[in-house]
Design a protein around this ligand. Structure first.
Ligand code: RUB
Length: 316
């Protein structure tokens, strides 16, 4: 039908769902670019048909993964700027909004990196969890400033995003020690900071990030190690302003255990939540492109930036 997304957009949605494209910032970047691709590819004369096709593309992208709010925030940013009377005007609205969004993503990451780098001192060792481009930008900026930083990298089962982090830090000249997730508390005595990213941040200051972040935060507090989240403001979850909670994605059990091994074990349940919520009292700081915030006061920034509410311009 007219309302099918073009193949390139369906391909992007598939890449997000299968985690070839992953991490909140990369997902937002890909979604904004896909909307521009859809706008350029659809060949209709009727403005309403154009709008309907853009909404359908946005829905396809939206349905891929539920937890990173950067995805709906990206779709909302672009579709809210789809204004005009003719198809050409609408198309230009989408492509220029998409380009502006992608540009802002990059600039926000550079700006928050300078804030996060100020928390890191020459000679510090940082423990990481998962793979966050916002978090890594802080370490890379500190290194660019001439600070010597080392890293203890958690492998991050079941998908081992820690391997990506380890490689990127190695490329930045940071000495890396890779550990299994359950070794984290033992190594907390040897680190100066824990640094993580976020998929969503709730109005109460709760940080939604890769499963294991909340346990790491509790252990860091118990060991007296400061923990910060590097999260540009597209990670702020506007619906939580009105009391909604953030959906935690449950992924396939095959990511956890080989189906053959599972059959050998016998009748068991396997659960694979991809994210968890770190309560604000266990997080020392949220670092954004607008500066550093205690988690309890992030709601002020959220109201300022998303006070208009969370409409869904992709709804049918
Ligand atoms: C990725 C993850 C990352 C955040 C932030 O989970 O939890 O910490 O998305 O990443 P997954 P970034 O691998 O399941 O997508 O700072 O790059 O936006």
């Amino acid at each position: 039908t007219d309302h099918e997304p073009v193949p390139a957009v369906a391909a992007t949605a598939e890449e997000i769902a299968t985690m070839e494209i992953r991490g909140a910032a990369a997902i937002a970047d890909a979604a904004a670019r896909a909307l521009a691709t859809q706008a350029e590819a659809i060949d209709v004369d009727d403005p309403e048909a154009f709008r309907a096709s853009m909404r359908a593309a946005a829905r396809t992208l939206h349905e891929t993964r539920p937890t990173a709010v950067s995805l709906p925030n990206a779709l909302r940013y672009v579709l809210q700027r789809m204004n005009g009377r003719t198809v050409d005007e609408l198309r230009r609205g989408v492509t220029s909004a998409s380009a502006a969004f992608v540009d802002q993503l990059d600039r926000a990451q550079e700006d928050l990196a300078r804030v996060g780098a100020n928390r890191l001192a020459d000679g510090d060792t940082v423990m990481t969890h998962c793979h966050s481009t916002d978090a890594l930008a802080c370490i890379e900026e500190a290194v660019d400033q001439g600070k010597s930083i080392s890293a203890v990298v958690k492998e991050t089962r079941p998908r081992n995003q820690g391997h990506i982090t380890a490689e990127q830090l190695r490329d930045a000249g940071v000495p890396v020690t890779l550990i299994v997730d359950s070794a984290a508390r033992r190594y907390l005595d040897e680190v100066d900071h824990v640094l993580v990213g976020a998929d969503s941040i709730a109005a109460d200051g709760g940080v939604i990030n890769k499963i294991g972040t909340s346990g790491l935060a509790v252990n860091a507090r118990e060991r007296g190690v400061p923990i910060m989240t590097a999260a540009q403001t597209i990670k702020l979850h506007p619906e939580t302003l009105t009391g909604h909670t953030v959906e935690i994605e449950m992924r396939a059990e095959e990511e956890v255990i080989d189906p053959v091994v599972r059959d050998e074990i016998g009748e068991i349940a396997v659960e694979n939540p991809a994210f968890d919520v770190t309560p604000p009292r266990y997080m020392d700081a949220i670092v954004t492109e607008h500066g550093q915030f205690p988690p309890e006061s992030i709601v002020t920034l959220m109201r300022e930036l998303f006070g208009e509410g969370a409409e869904e311009p992709w709804a049918e």
